[in-house]
Write a new protein. Structure first.
Length: 711
């Protein structure tokens, strides 16, 4: 964001200070002519001597002591002042359509802000030395003394500019929460005061979620970095903003940097600065209403285009409120809203920014990685095809990869392929913690033992994901296909390798892997399930993450007859998930232990349905031999063939037994022996609730017996 801006001090006379002092001079003269004993009553509190008042008045020069005492002449000067004032004050009055009384209130507050000597005059006129800030009553006396109907009071209504746009703040008297309007205090909003003093920075309450970008090279750089399409940028730059009725444009697209670049093009074309806002974060800090008020006010003060970014996290209620607010009058010359196709449509102009292309992403990766890249051309293709990242995110990923390379090898500092893919995953990482569990892939193809045909199907499924761009785009098959991702059902008992296979695929494709328990996503409340699913697919799409839905039968069970509203909505949820799975750009795997319970119509819409059978003896033997790391000490007498023949277990059960036996052997300070494996097998059977007899152990002992010390 922006740093501390330089303040160009403006002379008091430029702000109309002298005019306000003349108003005060006239009011003091009127009070003296009326014989009002200001400050002379011993019971009125602290005393301000007349000589002190004369001294203070004398410190402010005046050209016409006689005529300035005439109120009509002063009001005429006040009405004409904006045309003669500093550019900033004149812009404020013009953009917010302020009347003479309102302009006088601003100037009165500004005098007190800029010159502490005026405070004692204010206190004298208000007949109380403790009341150094102007009250509403003083503004009425100075700028509307003949208004018997108090029409000036409308200026302090919440719908009028002074209060609506927080140009001034109206405070109750301390200790009096229901202070009458005339007795309330006036003060400039700090942001307005800074603006009138010549500050270059925007209101400090917007920091750090907003930024002012001055027109010129800075805007051009924003457009270039986002790689906004040249034709669209040119059209936006030439767009006649003044002809818009609503003064609002919605920009629809997936790439937030290109949405912001669109606003920059509009600002550059109209020779205006740009204020960019993270509306979600700023709204969380200030409240959405207060945030919008300050943003639109700052845009009006600086004649700047306001860009409201990060609106995707707003609720539908907040979005509806925002649309209503923007349809009302706004001091900003133009407001640009970032939106998505899922949002209710904006009734005004909507500019659709096309999604990034493979060629554009590839060119950006090539540029950001530089000539010293170690990534091959084929790997660049995979990066551009797999990760749907904006130009800004790609640049971020390249910086992450460079930092990792520097840490790993300070002398070379060239990112290797693993660094780049890891950085891309970080840049595209979805926020799914409430619905999913991120799994770090640990297994390779050699770790999984499966029948030949099952293994072949897994290889084909991986190829379906890897070569999607070639087949669907280059060869044209995508023209008649809804989605790009590969979809599959993994069916089989627990422990047969379904999750392991998903990990192997994610590792091969260098994708993030998220395990999603559908039983936790499905809600009893109508509409909530679709909302949860939409969150999952939207968040994961940029990374094309591999989504692994466990217990798919929780949603894809055989459709029952529709008997009530919940049955009907259950079928709607099923159809919705199928639609999102087909449109998702990455691989989607659904797992179930009960394939027979799934709807056949659902199975027909998947690319693969892969069965993970219970391992046979030969496969169990391989699983037993590979269950132990190379560094594990194993007694040569261990009979893996006996274990595979005698105990019908899945790979998951076998790995549990191997780990438990290792802990038992470590406690005995020995290598893993058959007695440890027998004891661990007994415990696994007990955990599963299955019966086991001593005869099942054959010639081997039924298990290791701990000694009296638990060892």
């Amino acid at each position: 964001m922006q740093g501390i801006a330089r303040l160009d001090r403006v002379k008091p006379s430029d702000h109309g200070h002298q005019l306000i002092i003349d108003f005060l001079r006239a009011e003091i003269a009127r009070m003296r002519r009326g014989g009002i004993p200001v400050g002379e009553d011993d019971f009125r509190g602290l005393h301000i001597p007349e000589a002190e008042v004369d001294r203070l008045l004398g410190s402010f020069a005046t050209a016409n002591d006689d005529t300035d005492a005439d109120h009509n002449a002063l009001v005429a000067r006040l009405a004409a002042y904006p045309a003669e004032a500093s550019e900033r004050f004149a812009r404020l009055v013009e953009h917010f359509a302020l009347g003479t009384f309102e302009a006088g209130c601003l100037l009165l507050c500004l005098v007190v802000e800029d010159d502490l000597g005026a405070e004692r005059l204010i206190a004298y006129v208000q007949d109380d030395v403790s009341k150094r800030r102007p009250r509403v009553d003083l503004a009425a006396r100075l700028f509307a003394p003949g208004d018997e109907g108090d029409s000036w009071a409308a200026a302090f209504h919440p719908s009028w500019p002074l209060v609506r746009w927080k140009l001034i703040q109206v405070f109750d008297e301390p200790g009096q929460p229901f202070t009458p309007l005339r007795a309330r205090y006036l003060a400039l909003h700090p942001g307005v005061a800074m603006y009138l003093r010549g500050a270059a920075a925007i209101d400090e309450s917007l920091f750090p979620f907003a930024e002012l970008v001055e027109h010129g090279e800075a805007l051009t750089l924003r457009i270039a970095r986002a790689e906004l399409d040249e034709a669209i940028a040119a059209k936006l730059s030439a767009f006649p903003i003044a002809s818009l009725d609503t003064r609002v444009i919605a920009v629809s697209g997936k790439d937030s940097s290109q949405q912001e670049a669109s606003a920059a093009a509009l600002a550059a074309g109209s020779n205006r600065p740009l204020i960019t806002v993270d509306l979600q974060e700023l709204g969380a800090q200030l409240g959405l209403d207060a945030a919008m008020t300050v943003v639109l006010r700052e845009a009006g003060l600086r004649d700047a285009v306001a860009f409201l970014g990060n609106t995707g996290a707003l609720t539908n209620e907040q979005w509806a409120w925002l649309m209503t607010t923007l349809r009302q009058s706004s001091p900003a010359p133009l407001v640009v809203i970032a939106t998505t196709p899922e949002r209710p449509p904006w009734t005004g102009l909507t500019v659709a920014i096309p999604a990034g292309t493979f060629e554009g992403r590839r060119a950006t990766w090539l540029r950001e990685l530089g000539e010293a890249k170690s990534v091959s051309d084929d790997e660049l293709d995979v990066l551009a095809d797999t990760f749907d990242l904006s130009a800004t995110r790609i640049a971020e990923a390249a910086r992450i990869a460079a930092g990792t390379a520097l840490w790993n090898s300070p002398t070379e500092a060239i990112p290797v392929t693993e660094d780049v893919f890891a950085a891309a995953r970080v840049a595209a990482s979805p926020v799914l913690l409430s619905f999913a569990r991120r799994i770090t892939p640990r297994y390779h193809w050699n770790d999984i033992i499966l029948p030949g045909d099952t293994r072949a199907q897994l290889v084909e499924l991986t190829g379906r994901a890897r070569y999607a761009r070639t087949v669907l785009d280059t060869w044209g098959f995508g023209a008649k296909r809804v989605g790009r991702g590969a979809t599959a059902l993994f069916a089989g008992p627990s422990g047969t390798g379904k999750t392991m296979a998903a990990e192997i695929m994610a590792r091969e494709l260098q994708l993030e892997l998220y395990a999603i328990d559908l039983s936790g996503v499905v809600s009893k409340y109508i509409g909530e399930t679709e909302k949860n699913l939409e969150t999952i697919f939207t968040e994961a799409s940029a990374a094309s993450a591999l989504l692994f839905f466990d217990e798919a039968d929780a949603l894809f069970g055989k459709r029952s007859e529709v008997k009530d509203a919940h049955d009907r909505y259950a079928n709607i949820e099923t159809a919705y998930l199928l639609q999102r799975i087909e449109a998702y750009p990455g691989p989607v795997i659904l797992a179930t232990n009960l394939k027979l319970n799934l709807d056949e119509a659902f199975l027909r819409r998947l690319d693969f349905a892969i069965d993970f059978p219970f391992p046979e003896e030969a496969e169990r033997t391989l699983i037993w031999t590979r269950a132990f790391p190379a560094a594990t000490p194993i007694d040569p007498a261990v009979d893996f063939g006996f274990l595979a023949n005698q105990f019908r277990l899945t790979g998951g059960n076998i790995r549990n037994i191997a780990l438990a036996a290792a802990f038992m052997a470590a406690a005995d300070d020995s290598a893993i022996e058959m007695r440890h494996l027998m004891a661990a097998t007994r415990r696994e059977y007990q955990k599963l609730g299955r019966m086991i007899s001593e005869s099942d152990f054959g010639v081997h002992t039924g298990g290791r017996i701990p000694n009296e010390n638990g060892r």
